[in-house]
Design a protein around this ligand. Sequence first.
Ligand SMILES: [Zn+2]
Length: 265
Amino acid sequence: MRTLGRLAVIGLVGGVAIVGTAYATGFDLAQWQHIGKARNVLVVDGEQIRIPVPDGPSERRAASLPVTTDGAHAFMFEESEQGPTRYDPCRMLEWTHNPEGMPEGAEQLVQDAVADVARNSGLAFEYVGQTDEVAGFDRPLFQERYGEGFAPIIVGWSTEEQTPDLAGSVTGLGGSSSVNGAFGEQRFLAAGVVVLDTEDVADLMESRRGTALATAVIMHELAHVIGLAHVEDPTELMNDENSMLITWGPGDRAGLAIAGSGPCQ
Ligand SMILES: [Zn+2]
């Protein structure tokens, strides 16, 4: 994976898609506290979209977690002096689910995985209900169906035919876009995506410890969403070939705590 200056890069296992960002010189009088500062603009398909100013107070939505463990962890976007690019911990991480194609009984696994990642990262997730958007890494970052602001994190189900990156033993994919904040140089993650392989997850769920293993796969993909990358250490859940782990290793836990301790916008 590579990151290109101020270009926004979609983090995705095994590939990189790029959407451009640019800086505009205008400012909005309603943004009185930012008068004189250029509003950042995202260019998508040639159209300029002003990066939304988050509303609400700049206070963490959940307590940050101290790093208490030691082990291998890595981040998708290590691109600035402020550390890895992360979600804004002062905002709810809204997420939505498209259950189309979901194996029977997997809804609870998704909910459990989100709750686990929230608990271990100090990021606050908010379920905003189901969607019929098809989860994929070419999704628009802004969508009318979700109103203003970046599209919520989406969890969806797919097949190897629909999503060739799921071919073979790949059970899921996860990632987020790295985008500028509304003003200045800060960068944040946004509009995350988890795509799960219906058939592989169904097979896993039938195996011994299947529910726990399938939940661990979803946890792994959600960890990509909040910025964690793969590590080579096979005792960590963020190893890319995990087959038997059902919970986080010490490096994973450190990485999750850091992922949840980014700056507020
Ligand atoms: Zn992975």
